[in-house]
Design a protein around this ligand. Structure first.
Ligand SMILES: Nc1ncnc2c1ncn2[C@@H]1O[C@H](COP(=O)(O)OP(=O)(O)OP(=O)(O)O)[C@@H](O)[C@H]1O
Length: 335
């Protein structure tokens, strides 16, 4: 459905000249820095997938999305959206795509929401009857009736996001790109938007690519996650697999009935973090030991009353991946 094969994007940035008339001299300069924003990445997104595309600031996410939507042409490599080249066949491709940006709206600021939908219907030459039917379904799903006659500038951020999601669905695309759809939303509005995104994927069978810095969005919505860092894909698999791959320790807190005795010989796979009269908190790596084995061992220490386990948070795991940076390589080119 979405295929990126060895795509690369380089930006040529003129070297800024110092001294007098620097602006004009920069304008006519032949010296450039080549910034490799995306470095020969490949991935496939299948029909019905819900994929998170994440990475630190400046990692190359927007550049990738721009290449997928045909706004930017890859310096090398090829993108296919439902078998079409988004750059060469942009008009055909946009029929299959819906795009929502959390930070900006595609609606007209001073017009009532419904007027924006009318304009988009004309602009994209959509069938009027069909679009009306779809809009009434979307009104139901997204609760648009509350504000459909209100100018966009008067909407709350959560309402505006719902209005934008509806706009992206007017032409019934199969693929949706969401860029930070929950940014700035309060807890309740976030929950609502996440619920809607889930419905779009599970019930309306849309394929979704979500870009976000919010790890709760990723954890609650995505089956797969692609992590990009410094222009390169550093992870592409499911979240459970990520838990397996990243060897962060699991924390276990055990309370005993009364006193307990730990062995005098130190166990090299278990680390004691904290101990009180009746509780002990340990950490171990589940690559090295199973929880059952840890518990079996602890049963010899005393009578266990309660067990609490903390798996590493997604945030921690992702940070672990981010922390393997290769310094960004820029090359000076004189042409
Ligand atoms: N038009 C451009 N000209 C020059 N450099 C660019 C251009 N667009 C992006 N870059 C550079 O390419 C790199 C990747 O940028 P990109 O916007 O794709 O990152 P991002 O992962 O979307 O970041 P963020 O999370 O902050 O939005 C950055 O170093 C950025 O400065």
């Amino acid at each position: 459905m979405i295929e990126a094969r060895q795509i690369q994007k380089q930006f040529k940035i003129p070297v800024v000249k110092k001294g007098r008339f620097s602006g004009i001299r920069t304008l006519f300069s032949r010296e450039y820095i080549i910034k490799e924003a995306v470095k020969e990445i490949s991935f496939t997104i299948k029909e019905g997938d819900f994929v998170g595309y994440i990475g630190p600031n400046g990692a190359g996410k927007s550049t990738t999305i721009k290449m997928l939507t045909g706004i930017l042409h890859p310096t090398q490599g090829e993108v296919k959206i439902m078998g079409l080249n988004p750059h060469k066949e942009r008009r055909k491709v946009v029929r299959h795509l819906g795009v929502v940006f959390g930070q900006r709206t595609q609606l007209w600021w001073d017009l009532p929401v419904i007027d924006s939908y009318d304009i988009l219907t004309v602009m994209y030459k959509l069938d009027k009857k069909e679009t009306e039917k779809r809009l009434s379904q979307l009104t139901e799903l997204l609760g648009l009736h509350e504000f459909i006659h209100t100018p966009v500038r008067k909407l709350s951020l959560g309402q505006r996001m719902r209005a934008d999601i509806a706009a992206s669905l007017l032409h019934d695309p199969e693929i949706l790109f969401f860029d930070e759809p929950t940014i700035g939303l309060d807890v309740i509005a976030k929950k609502k938007i996440r619920g809607l995104l889930k419905t779009l994927n599970k019930e309306m069978k849309k394929t979704v690519l979500l870009t976000t810095h919010d790890m709760d969005d990723i954890e609650q919505l995505c089956e797969k996650v692609i992590v990009i860092n410094d222009g390169q894909i550093v992870y592409n698999d499911s979240i459970p697999q990520l838990r397996n791959d990243i060897g962060l320790p699991t924390i276990m807190k055990v309370s005993f009935v009364g006193d307990f005795q730990t062995p005098t010989i130190h166990h090299n796979m278990i680390q004691i973090i904290e101990r009180t009269n009746s509780t002990i908190t340990i950490q171990y790596n589940r690559h090295q030991m199973k929880a059952m084995d840890v518990l079996n061992m602890m049963q010899n220490w005393g009578e266990i009353e309660d067990i609490h386990m903390d798996e590493p948070q997604l945030e921690e795991m992702i940070q672990e991946i981010y922390q393997t940076p290769e310094a960004s390589k820029e090359s000076l080119v004189v042409s």
